[in-house]
Design a protein. Structure first.
Length: 245
């Protein structure tokens, strides 16, 4: 979750290298994402796919996906050295990389798929990031992107009440004006429509947009949060499957 473009500004760099900053997301999102990718790739036969988990964080998302991607090679990539140390416990292959022009240490068209889980909301320059992901993907290669939904069902109510939406942050030092207490460094948030348009404009064909629940929703509301996944534009987490054109 902590890969950023061109190395983040000093304040952000210190923030993401802090071991106390969370670098993992919920298993529900990881499982849904892995199922979609496994169906797209098919079983690993004589030619296993190369899957890059870009912004791998502590590697737990890849570990959750591993049984569904058995036989395929998953490589963890992150900007944070601390995250890579933790990810190595779950992934045999981890490398440091940045989402700049040529910042990922892979040849053009060398990857069959990219997992990009809860990364884009942390980026200063998401345009350059998608350009770099497109570079390393082969034509027709798969992009599996997930990100919090600005228009999640509860955020719509909070905005009507004049409350700062969940997932949005106005400071790296604390949460102000909204529920929750955990600062994770979100810089950008997307609605389903904005995410579709942005990814398509970056040279990808959007195949599917679906929803996933958020592990931070209070327990009494979790059943409702799961139901909201049936309407991706209102779900907590957006899961987007696209292919490189």
């Amino acid at each position: 979750m902590t890969t950023t473009t061109s190395g983040p500004p000093a304040r952000l760099r210190d923030f993401y290298e802090n071991p106390a900053v969370p670098v993992a997301s919920g298993d529900a999102r990881s499982l849904r994402q892995a199922r979609i990718l496994a169906a797209a790739l098919g079983p690993a036969t004589s030619s296993p796919a190369t899957v890059l988990d870009v912004g791998c964080g502590d590697g737990t998302a890849a570990a959750t996906a591993a049984p569904l991607l058995a036989g395929h090679r998953v490589i963890g990539v992150d900007w944070s050295q601390d995250a890579l140390k933790r990810a190595h416990a779950h992934l045999p292959d981890v490398v440091r990389g940045e989402l700049t022009d040529g910042g990922l240490p892979f040849a053009d068209g060398s990857a069959d798929a990219v997992l990009f889980s809860e990364v884009i909301e942390h980026l200063v320059d998401p345009d350059s990031a998608l350009d770099e992901l497109r570079r390393v993907l082969r034509p027709g290669g798969h992009l599996m992107l997930s990100t919090p939904n600005l228009a999640a069902w509860y955020n719509r109510g909070l905005l009507l009440a004049g409350v700062q939406p969940v997932f949005s942050e106005v400071s790296l030092r604390g949460i102000h004006g909204r529920p929750g207490a955990e600062v994770v460094g979100h810089l950008r948030l997307y609605t389903a429509r904005a995410l579709r348009e942005f990814v398509a404009a970056s040279g990808f064909e959007v195949v599917r947009l679906s929803g996933a629940p958020f592990h931070g929703v209070p327990r009494p509301l979790r059943a409702l949060d799961r139901l909201a996944c049936a309407v991706p534009s209102a779900s907590s987490i957006l899961l987007l499957h696209a292919r490189r054109t």
